[in-house]
Design a protein around this ligand. Sequence first.
Ligand code: UDP
Length: 261
Amino acid sequence: MKKGKKLYEGKAKIIYATTDKNLVIQYFKDDATAFNNQKKSIIEGKGVLNNRISEHILSNLSQIGIKNHLVKRLNMREQIIKLVEIIPIEFVVRNVATGSITKRLGIEDGTVLKEPLIEYCLKDDKLGDPLIAEEHIYAFDWATKKEIEKVKKMILRINDFMIGMFRGVGIKLIDFKLEFGRYKSNGKSEVILADEISPDTCRLWDSITDKKLDKDRFRKDLGDLIPAYTEVAKRLGILHEQSNVSAVNVTKLSSVKRKRK
Ligand code: UDP
């Protein structure tokens, strides 16, 4: 299978066509953006770590029956994924209140929610991804009721699985964002999990110290983003304990592993 032309370039990823019309290549960039693109930077090695972490989480989710777009990781920055039509909604899942919800509703930072909360945001950068009600989705035909019912069931299973996975390695899953898409094959359309799951799209706090191991290190200028993402990868068993935390070494490590295969 050959890499074709660029189909789409987003803030953190690029999608390329392949010779198979149902499959595309997802390339993880090092670009970091926040606050609706107002804050930008390039953090060397971030794409490599997100590619590995997202591969790990999505392949584990496949093993518990959560269908998703990942076919296989190709190299340190690229994965082959199923081409889907993205549902234009960002599904934000919260276990602990932090970030935008604390400001919007005056909730104390760190409040543990009685049950997981799903919020819907319209995927539209120009509008700043506004929060919407479930009813807006049906009023404007962004997805059907049947699709959203299925997505909600998948989200709760994904959340339970991920809480347990991270808890087992000393990390609290505070909140995260998911995207879903319609995969069309044999004349049928099926909703599957898409995009990425990584420290760019999750809030992850160390279970004991509450240290932030996610993109808040960039949003809040806390520094040491690569060591934090590397720590997540190491705890998940993706990178070995002795590997050095610098971006350069992460890059080297990935290529060494690839050559060995
Ligand atoms: N999130 C994301 N992409 C977005 C908005 C949010 O991945 O465009 C993730 C974010 O990393 C966090 C969760 O969704 O894990 C909830 O984010 P929140 O709405 O609190 O965003 P904030 O405005 O505080 O960044």
